[in-house]
Design a binder for this molecule. Structure first.
Ligand code: ADP
Length: 257
């Protein structure tokens, strides 16, 4: 299977502090990967490196088989940042307009908006289960609904890889499973490789195919079933304190400090 992202001997430091050390990972085409780790473990830094926003002092990153320094096909990569869903209720844009604004990446800002573009917007809204909210003001929606709209905005440029930074932060606890289900469907039905970052290992569900545990070093990277078999000792090593793994089979638990 081809690797969408390949990372070799990657290290990164801000001034004196090394936050990522000798990271090696290969993310296969079609996978749905959750990168987990405690706060400050380097997750956002790793995303910024993959998005080309930071340059590593050591090591290399290949995107779609090409060195990131030469990579130009950024349209293939969709990104939804952590703060995307914190719109305030006064923001004067409809859900449709927010998603349509994602097309400017492909079309340029002042391109004439055609019927086929409206179709793409509607398809993207359908894919995240938000079509019936098309005419609503973005600010009226819940955090989880806004997050879905921002994912639709990333989908209109038809990415092969979608990167999400802490997507479940604004999602109500009772909606997290259906949120993951929607992501799982994007992964399977639309053939989009998904990479998400979360500090909460409790949000991992069966929908994720792979898990990576990061805390400066990459402590684990493998299939979800293997991750669930990691014993408490293995996880505590990653987190630096006791951890009880929470999957949807368990009602209580999560990371304890
Ligand atoms: P995470 O996303 O896992 O919470 P980050 O990648 O944001 O972790 O941060 C990793 C470490 O790097 C933290 O100790 C953080 O304080 C530090 N850090 C992050 N951004 C900067 C920066 N711009 N300058 C200096 N240190 C930073």
């Amino acid at each position: 299977m081809q690797s969408i992202i390949e990372i070799n001997h990657l290290s990164y430091r801000y001034e004196r502090d090394t936050v990522l050390e000798n990271i090696n990972m290969s993310i296969p085409d079609g996978s749905f990967l959750a990168i987990v780790g405690p706060n400050g473990s380097g997750k956002s830094t790793l995303l910024k490196l993959i998005l080309g926003l930071l340059k590593p002092q050591k090591g290399e990153i290949l995107l779609f088989g090409q060195n990131i320094n030469k990579f130009k096909d950024w349209q293939k990569i969709g990104y939804v940042s952590q703060k995307a869903n914190s719109f305030n209720s006064g923001f004067p844009a409809t859900v449709f307009e927010v998603v349509a604004s994602g097309l400017t990446k492909r079309l340029g800002l002042f391109t004439f908006f055609k019927k086929e573009h409206a179709k793409k917007v509607n398809e993207a809204l359908d894919a995240v289960g938000m079509k019936r909210f098309s005419g609503r003001n973005i600010g009226e929606l819940s955090g989880g609904q806004q997050q879905r709209v921002f994912i639709a905005r990333a989908l209109v440029s038809e990415p092969s890889l979608l990167i999400l930074d802490e997507p479940t932060v604004g999602v109500d606890a009772e909606n997290v499973q259906s949120f993951y289900q929607m992501l799982g469907e994007l992964n399977k039905n639309r053939d989009i490789t998904l990479l998400l970052v979360t500090h909460d290992i409790g949000t991992i569900s069966d929908r994720v195919t792979h898990v990576a545990c990061l805390n400066k070093h990459l402590h684990f990277h493998g299939e979800t079933a293997e991750f669930e078999q990691l014993n408490a000792d293995g996880l505590s090593k990653v987190y630096g304190h006791d951890v009880h793994l929470l999957t949807h089979h368990h009602e209580h638990g999560g990371v304890s400090k």
